[in-house]
Write a protein that binds this ligand. Structure first.
Ligand SMILES: *Cc1c(COP(=O)(O)O)cnc(C)c1O
Ligand SMILES: [Zn+2]
Length: 422
């Protein structure tokens, strides 16, 4: 393992026992089945990655490339990231908090969800390791992103999804020419099958054998939030949880920026990370609210299909991050999710998918209960686009009023509505 060949990575390291492994396509420790994670040479990174070097680079997630697990230059998804951080004054007022920001990955490039971050890392690394076929087990957005990014990279792709996903999510994989395999079962069954397929076929499964690299891509969201806030960590970050990976990587991203001396104010060194789930699939939030360190698996039943993982791979670590940072979790019903989608749309002009409704509605609950104090400042991680989950809001938004192309009809319509509201 020459330094040059592995970039700034040192090894894969077991999160449980610390044993080190070569930087191959592997994800579990042979001794205790602990998950493997990428370890870096932070001393070398500190010399290369400064505020000035970051700011001199293009506005993509790759401006932090020393902290992302590729050996050479990235080759897939080079335009991904640096999504807007929107100051959400109207939504802040509606939720009753002093200051609120939206990290808007609903407009991430190219497939409109935060999954483009993890996929650009996973596919760049897959190419470095010599793979020609990439695959994933997905609740929808990951399949879209693998399909699109594989197409642009000239890689063959197989994406495995529960067969009852939203039409928008299915079409958004098929259009890129991916092999889309619908499994008659929940995501957890899809995932189990993919573990077997990954063991048998020589493919790069982005969230199975490539998971240590893939998961690191989520850290870029944390780096961007800190830079966009003027090198400060927000007091509160609200993160939707499926496997729980994004939440743990936001924490890791903040910690790395502190370690590298990139965070400005000492006041932002203590922060809280909160987790959001749908009540119909809430193994992590139920455990957090009960003060438990372990979750109990569930069978998902919610309109927030992108978050419907009943056996979350990183649930244990997500619980630990919330405990360490003094964060809280909560969950919301399908009706509250739709209300969350509307709150965000009507106040900020941002149309999020169901996961965004979950995050917004949970933030509302946490602010109302004082777990996020009204005088503080918070960032909501909005992770996916509403145009992909239209099924969830059909019939729950206003109606079109139809009239003839006549000024008189329009005036009559306004007059009759004024009468009703008067
Ligand atoms: C995958 C996904 C998440 C959460 O992913 P984790 O498995 O917890 O990292 C959140 N929002 C959307 C829209 C997603 O597609
Ligand atoms: Zn181990």
């Amino acid at each position: 393992m020459s330094e040059k060949h592995d970039g700034f990575m040192k090894a894969l390291k077991c999160r449980e026992c610390g044993r080190e492994y070569p930087l191959a396509a592997t994800h579990v420790c042979e001794f205790d089945f602990g998950p493997l994670e990428v370890a870096y040479d932070y001393d070398r990174i500190k010399k290369a990655l400064t505020r000035a070097s970051i700011q001199s680079r293009p506005r993509t997630m790759w401006r932090y490339r020393e902290l992302l697990p590729v050996a050479g230059e990235p080759t897939v998804g080079t335009q991904v990231g640096f999504t807007p951080l929107v100051k959400a004054d109207r939504l802040a007022k509606a939720l009753g908090i002093r200051e609120l920001w939206i990290k808007n990955d609903a407009v991430n490039y190219p497939t409109l969800s935060f999954k483009d971050r993890v996929v650009s890392v996973a596919l760049s690394r897959s190419k470095e390791l010599g793979f020609e076929t990439v695959a994933c087990a997905s609740t929808g957005n990951l399949a879209n992103s693998v399909a699109a990014n594989a197409a642009s990279a000239g890689l063959k792709s197989y994406v495995f999804i529960p067969s009852d996903l939203e039409h928008g999510k299915v079409l958004n994989s098929l259009v890129y020419g991916a092999n889309v395999i619908g499994i008659k079962g929940h995501y957890d069954e899809v995932n189990r099958l993919c573990a077997e397929i990954a063991g048998k076929f020589g493919w790069a499964f982005v969230n199975v054998n490539m998971r240590p690299y893939y998961a690191e891509g989520s850290k870029s969201q944390a780096y961007e939030i800190v830079e966009q806030l003027g090198w400060q960590i927000p007091q509160h970050t609200v993160v939707p949880m499926a496997s729980g990976s994004l939440l743990t990587k936001i924490h890791k991203g903040y910690q790395e920026f502190i370690k590298l001396g990139l965070v400005g104010q000492a006041s932002s060194l203590s922060y809280h990370i909160h987790g959001a789930q749908a009540t119909g699939c809430s193994p992590i939030s139920v455990a957090q609210k009960a003060g438990l360190d372990f979750f109990k698996p569930v069978k998902p039943n919610t309109i927030a299909k992108s978050l419907a993982i009943g056996t979350p791979a990183d649930g244990f670590y997500a619980l630990r991050v919330m405990k360490e940072t003094g964060g809280a979790a909560d969950d919301v019903t399908d009706d509250e999710i739709r209300e969350g989608i509307r709150l965000l749309a009507e106040n900020e002009g941002i149309f999020a998918e169901t996961a965004g409704g979950v995050t917004t509605a949970v933030a509302k609950k946490l602010i109302a209960s004082g777990k996020i104090p009204a005088n503080d400042s918070a960032v909501l991680c909005i992770t996916g686009n509403g145009l992909k989950t239209l099924d969830a809001v059909v019939g729950h938004v206003g109606k079109t009023r139809e009239i003839k192309p006549s000024l008189r009809e329009f005036e009559a319509m306004l007059a009759s509505e004024e009468k009703v509201s008067a």
